[in-house]
Design a protein around this ligand. Structure first.
Ligand SMILES: [Zn+2]
Length: 205
């Protein structure tokens, strides 16, 4: 039904997260019909993406490549940040979520993946060497492990705590309990377990 170039575009768009075949077709037909140059601008933006945007060489966050070909992100460039405080996250989206909270005054390290024995991802598959180099190079004294409260996230946090305890840094885990406004009934058991373990007494005076 559709010409080949359009079919190809639909196929590519359908690979994006949350975009199904129908939505992809709707996007493609829109781009063909619209007259304000969005398709051309999109083409240029996508072309530049591969050349001008790369993972930060220091932390793995998204960074713009500078004139010397170096990719250092805005967080790593920010001199007001405390270099001795490092927050470890699984993926860039988590870093962005923590940044939005405004609670982190240090810098980050993006693992890119979590320990997952079932999927064959062991400690050797994590960028631990790079992490250790970062810790000794920057004189990091405190590490906050902000991996998600999932089975893989907990396993990764345990591994990191074990590996880092020998390196003279204080390691803490983000407190993760039942989400604010959340219902206990719908919290999974790990979340609930952590919420109970991390309980604090309420001063009723
Ligand atoms: Zn960075």
């Amino acid at each position: 039904m559709l010409p080949d170039p359009l079919l190809h575009l639909v196929e590519l768009l359908a690979r994006l997260p949350g975009v199904g075949e129908k939505t992809a077709q709707r996007f493609a037909l829109y781009l063909v019909a619209e007259k304000s140059g969005t398709a051309q601008a999109l083409g240029v933006a996508l072309h530049e993406l591969g050349q001008r945007v790369k993972p930060c060489q220091r932390c793995g966050n998204i960074a713009e490549v500078d004139e010397h070909g170096k990719a250092i992100c805005l967080v790593c460039r920010d001199t007001r940040r405390d270099p001795a405080l490092l927050c470890i996250v699984a993926k860039v989206q988590d870093l962005l979520a923590i940044e939005r909270s405004g609670a982190m005054r240090g810098r980050y390290f993006v693992l890119g993946r979590l320990l997952s024995p079932l999927d064959g991802i062991g400690p050797d598959e994590l960028p631990l060497q790079k992490l250790f180099e970062r810790i000794s190079g920057d004189g990091v004294r405190e590490v906050i492990v902000a991996t998600p409260p999932s089975v893989d996230g907990e396993a990764t946090a345990l591994l990191l705590a074990r590996e880092l305890s020998a390196r003279n840094v204080v390691v803490s885990r983000i407190a993760s309990g039942v989400p604010h406004g959340g219902d206990l009934e719908f919290a999974d058991q790990i979340t609930l377990g952590r919420a109970i373990e991390g309980r604090r007494s309420i001063d009723s005076r």
